[in-house]
Design a protein around this ligand. Structure first.
Ligand SMILES: Cc1cc2nc3c(=O)[nH]c(=O)nc-3n(C[C@H](O)[C@H](O)[C@H](O)COP(=O)(O)OP(=O)(O)OC[C@H]3O[C@@H](n4cnc5c(N)ncnc54)[C@H](O)[C@@H]3O)c2cc1C
Length: 456
């Protein structure tokens, strides 16, 4: 069958792109082999943040006495937490279905695994489709480490852990990145004993060392056991549960094991060679700044390409590619700013460069930091953990990067976005008035603690 566009995957880029292309008059087929909406809706952002909210409620109830409020012992009903999560996921998934239906007859959803049969030719559920344009939005899945014994035990990934209906006695979390940290704290607050095992020196090792340190302090304070610089070498099922052996002879035993050691692109069964699509050494689809793969007319977006793996990045891919396909727009995938947030408590957020990256790029940044403990709002609300950090290019007064670990960091980080993206001077963050008492005031104070903006 001949079409204008085939989109592979109903992820965060594929759905809006397919719908908008159909709205613009193209005949589009979108293929999906699993649940509509992809990772974010079904196994990523939506379910995790829904469950993080339950964990947060348990924590607030347990620590309410600090604010003079007494509550009965807190009990987490994990089955009810999971049911609530499932309801929300269903709701978002239905929303995806409605969006596709709203695009009308020009857009057809075909259920099944899509595989390239040749250049710009895709086979889905036994039928072949040729198109002028093929967009691959195949996403990624959990990476499985080569760990002897893993295949013999019922380990958990990010999807399976969110189906547990009883709180584990002792959860071992392999991996201290964003996903591992969010689940570790969530399950600790649900009442499990939790141990994080990571070969890195610190949690969230891509982030500023100060951020890792602040988060580790909070984790330890909540009773999460951190085993850093610990390389897992094997895993076995024993009478006491699941035992992870570590380099150097140590062992740790728990009742459940979550593996959160990274992601792997869904490209191994895509038939990339048949279409002439080049993959990099890790299996990601190589693309240029305009999302073009090595195959004429084939584009790739989202997590199946190298780069930051976030929903907002995938969604932004669709915006940029839609414009490029219509010969308009000036943005490319290389010249954009991707903020990040780990939804731990406190949240860890960053935009732009870390200090190490800034120095590696040849900058000699002016650096200021400010603890949350000096923000009025943080003191009043008893959320004083964390700190903010800003990097300034002294030559241009432009902000090179900012990192926040603290309450509402994921919201606050956006204050920097228009300043950095618009190439404004950091002074533009000092002069406006900020509402008192807000966390945002702390951002102004942070910038003012750079000597050039100090009024002391
Ligand atoms: C636990 C967890 C928490 C996360 N939290 C956040 C967060 O808070 N914020 C954030 O920004 N990001 C978060 N992410 C990352 C985010 O979910 C992803 O970056 C985002 O979903 C990527 O979207 P995508 O469109 O590239 O791919 P996906 O959403 O993965 O969609 C790809 C789709 O393609 C389908 N597919 C694949 N191959 C084929 C094929 N051959 N044929 C047919 N269909 C196919 C898949 O079934 C899938 O539905 C989280 C991820 C995880 C795992």
């Amino acid at each position: 069958m001949k079409l204008d566009v085939v989109v592979i995957g109903t992820g965060q880029a594929g759905v809006p792109l397919a719908a908008r292309l159909a709205d613009a008059g193209r005949r589009v087929v979108i293929a999906e082999r699993k649940a509509l909406g992809g990772t974010c809706v079904n196994y990523g952002c939506t379910p995790t943040k829904t469950m993080v909210a339950s964990a947060q409620a348990a924590h607030a109830a347990r620590t309410a006495a600090r604010l003079g409020v007494r509550s009965a012992p807190v009990r987490v009903d994990l089955a009810a937490v999971v049911d609530r999560k499932d309801r929300l996921v269903r709701c978002w998934r239905d929303g995806v279905s409605e969006r596709l239906a709203k695009a009308g007859r020009r857009l057809r959803l075909v259920r099944g695994h899509a595989r390239f049969a040749g250049p710009r030719e895709v086979e889905i559920a036994g039928r072949r489709y040729q198109a002028d344009v093929v967009v691959v939005n195949a996403g990624a899945r959990p990476a499985v480490p080569r760990l002897p014994g893993l295949e013999a035990i019922p380990w958990l990934d990010n999807a399976r852990i969110m189906e547990l209906r009883r709180v584990p006695r002792h959860l071992l979390v392999l991996g201290g990145g964003y996903i591992g940290c969010e689940f570790a704290q969530m399950f600790r607050r649900f009442g499990a004993r939790v141990t994080v095992v990571d070969e890195a020196e610190r949690l969230l090792s891509m982030e500023e060392p100060e951020a890792s340190e602040a988060l580790a302090d909070v984790f330890r304070g909540e009773g999460i056991h951190l085993m850093m610089k610990a390389r897992a070498t094997a895993v076995t099922k024993t009478a006491r549960g699941i035992t992870v052996s570590l380099r150097g002879g140590r062992q740790i035993t728990g009742s459940h094991l979550l593996v959160a050691v990274g992601r792997r692109p869904n490209t191994d069964d895509l038939g990339a060679e048949a279409a002439g699509i080049r993959l990099d050494a890790k299996g990601y689809i190589e693309v240029d700044e305009r999302y073009r793969t090595s195959a004429e007319g084939v584009y790739a977006v989202g997590d199946c390409t190298p780069g930051p793996q976030f929903t907002h990045a995938a969604w932004d891919d669709h915006r940029i590619l839609f414009d490029l396909l219509h010969g308009r727009g000036t943005r490319t995938r290389n010249d954009r700013l991707v903020p990040i947030t780990a939804f731990t408590d406190p949240q860890v957020a960053r935009i732009g460069l870390t200090e190490r990256e800034a120095r590696a790029h040849g900058f000699a940044p002016e650096v200021a930091t400010r603890p949350f403990a000096r923000i009025a709002r943080a003191i009043e609300t008893d959320r004083t953990a964390g700190a903010m950090k800003i990097l300034l290019d002294p030559k241009t007064e432009k902000v090179l990067g900012a990192s926040i670990v603290g309450a509402e960091a994921g919201e606050l980080i956006h204050i920097f976005a228009p300043v950095i993206a618009g190439g404004l001077s950091a002074r533009s963050m000092v002069d406006p008035e900020y509402v008192h008492p807000t966390f945002a005031e702390g951002v102004q104070s942070l910038v003012m603690s750079l000597p050039r903006y100090s009024i002391e």
